[in-house]
Design a protein around this ligand. Structure first.
Ligand SMILES: Cc1ncc(COP(=O)(O)O)c(C=O)c1O
Length: 382
């Protein structure tokens, strides 16, 4: 039996969403910019979905832009704000533990435009000190970027605390909310930030669709040039079937929000209990903080206690039918240790002996039992 416990990487598409997308692929092919019947039919779905999602996330419909997902939304804000303000401002503050969409965007600006990049590091528990971010802000800062929750650690940052400060200083603030939507009760208006992001494939929706919510107070240059869609800020024909699927995914979350959180909490508690019972001090739960996402558990197995080859850990688990992540990027066939784990002081061996287990809507206790059994086999306890 294959067990999927890598829901922070992506989620299975909810069957109701699959139905919805198919229906709209079939019946709503019109270009939402066309003035005829078919176009108008699509336009209605586009604007209805925008309104519905905006209401859910606590912003005005005109502040919400559909994009292809988290990566595009982040690139749009970071590069778009820089290009809009390049004459006066060329300094950005962010952290070393942001998603690569942030890290690579700021690296690009540094390499090609000489932008000054200030990267705040986490403490030994993976937490970011908000005061340190505040201290790095300068007169020429064009953006502060701090993720709402981290995709590897699950730690939730105190975004409201930082946004009070950025508001006072009138500095745009981007918070990457891709992992938090559906798992934390967040509203754009309450967060006090200027930009948030979302990706449907993290919430049981289709891949290739997401949103950017943007405070109209801060102008940005659009990411790619073309037609005048999305109020001239995101060119390209809108993907109505995916937008309808995204809306459906949000509708399901809205209807079951409390129950779903309870499910994540219950499953995580069961998982942690089982880890303690089966491995005792041989399993170290990482990154417990004041506030954590309810569905991410990051754990290191003591490589000196168990005689398993760390560089083969994920592959051995896969052979047991278990899909988890090491928080590691698999590039050119090699498994790299997670950057955040090495940054907080774990050795390469310890980092490779760590896994991120991310629980989803469709997991049950039985899945956790299969994981534990597989872990026991790999760690040679059976
Ligand atoms: C925190 C975070 N930000 C951004 C992204 C990128 O989103 P997308 O896959 O939609 O480009 C991800 C996805 O892994 C993520 O976890």
């Amino acid at each position: 039996m294959n067990v999927y416990l890598d829901n922070a990487a992506t989620t299975p598409v909810d069957p109701q969403v699959v139905e919805e997308v198919s229906k709209y692929q079939r019946d709503f092919f019109g270009n939402a910019s066309s003035i005829h019947y078919f176009g108008k039919k699509s336009k209605v779905i586009l604007e209805d979905s925008r309104e519905y999602i905006a209401e859910f996330i606590g912003c005005k419909p005109k502040e919400l832009f559909f994009t292809s997902g988290g990566t595009e939304s982040i690139n749009t804000v970071i590069k778009g704000l820089y290009f809009e303000n390049a004459k006066e401002k060329n300094h950005i503050v962010t952290t070393t533990i942001e998603h690569p969409a942030v890290i690579e965007s700021v690296s690009f600006l540094k390499k090609y435009f000489g932008v000054e990049v200030d990267l705040v590091k986490p403490n030994s528990n993976g937490e970011i000190n908000i005061e340190e971010i505040k201290g790095r802000i300068k007169k020429n800062t064009f953006l502060v970027s701090l993720m709402h929750s981290n995709n590897e650690t699950g730690i939730i940052n105190d975004i409201e605390e930082l946004s009070k400060f950025t508001k006072e200083k009138n500095i745009p603030f981007l918070s990457d909310t891709v992992q938090s939507i559906g798992k934390a009760d967040l509203k754009f208006s309450k967060l006090g930030v200027d930009f948030i992001t979302s990706s449907a494939h993290k919430i049981y929706g289709p891949k290739g669709i997401g949103f950017l919510v943007a405070n109209p107070k801060f102008k940005f240059t659009r990411y790619s040039d073309g037609g005048g869609q999305e109020r001239e800020l995101r060119a390209g024909t809108e993907n109505i079937p995916l937008i309808a699927g995204f809306r459906k995914a949000i509708e399901i979350i809205k209807l079951n929000f409390d129950k779903e959180l309870e499910h994540y909490n219950l499953m995580s508690s069961y998982l942690i209990e089982q880890l303690h019972q089966n491995f005792g001090e041989g399993a170290i739960i990482n990154f417990r903080s004041k506030k954590n996402l309810p569905n991410i558990v990051n754990v290191t197995f003591d490589p000196d206690k168990y005689g398993f080859p760390p560089d083969m850990f994920l592959i051995l688990l896969d052979m047991q039918g278990i899909a988890v992540s090491g928080g590691s990027a698999c590039s050119s066939g090699s498994l790299k240790p997670s950057k955040i784990l090495t940054e907080i002081g774990k050795s390469e061996k310890e980092a490779l002996s760590s896994i991120r287990i991310s629980i989803g809507r469709f997991n049950d206790k039985n899945n956790i039992d299969v994981l534990i059994k597989g872990l026991r086999n790999v760690l040679r306890l059976n």
